[in-house]
Design a protein around this ligand. Structure first.
Ligand code: THU
Length: 131
């Protein structure tokens, strides 16, 4: 199982692969699933702005394509030149929630080497579920 420090390092590293010529805001995400596998993603923007996708979306899509269904921990690193606090956007909170359980943790990097840990319920209280 990947450590929190390893996930944080991977999120900060993969953000350098972001395609973000429109915002200049690089985001990386790294998650570990309940099988201990790590998946990464970065934001990929588009000249048709709404067509871009978030870093968390890419990492989650990679996990699902590999058969993963539960996120143990996801780390998110975003910022312009350096890493600054980038809490997941509303859509990504819902996407994380889809593959979370009560133990899932979200690490939001404050800078390259430190992070704040949230539960999914803290980020998305009273969340929508289709029952
Ligand atoms: N972005 C992410 O990748 N994840 C988030 O949770 C917040 C925003 C991206 C989308 C866009 O490419 C850029 O950051 C600026 O909004």
């Amino acid at each position: 199982m990947s450590s929190d420090a390893d996930l944080a390092r991977r999120a900060a590293a993969i953000r350098h692969r972001a395609w973000c010529p429109y915002s200049g805001f690089r985001v990386g995400a790294a998650l570990v699933d309940d099988q201990g596998r790590v998946f990464e993603g970065c934001n990929v923007e588009n000249a048709s702005y709404p067509e871009g996708s978030c870093a968390e979306t890419g990492a989650i899509a990679a996990m699902v394509a590999a058969g993963g269904r539960t996120i143990r921990t996801i780390a998110v690193a975003g910022g312009h030149d350096t890493v600054t606090t980038c809490t997941p956007c509303g859509g990504c909170r819902q996407r994380i929630s889809e593959f979370a359980d009560e133990d899932t943790r979200v690490l939001v990097l404050d800078d390259e080497k430190s992070w704040t840990t949230y539960s999914v319920a803290e980020l998305l209280p009273a969340s929508f579920h289709l029952d």
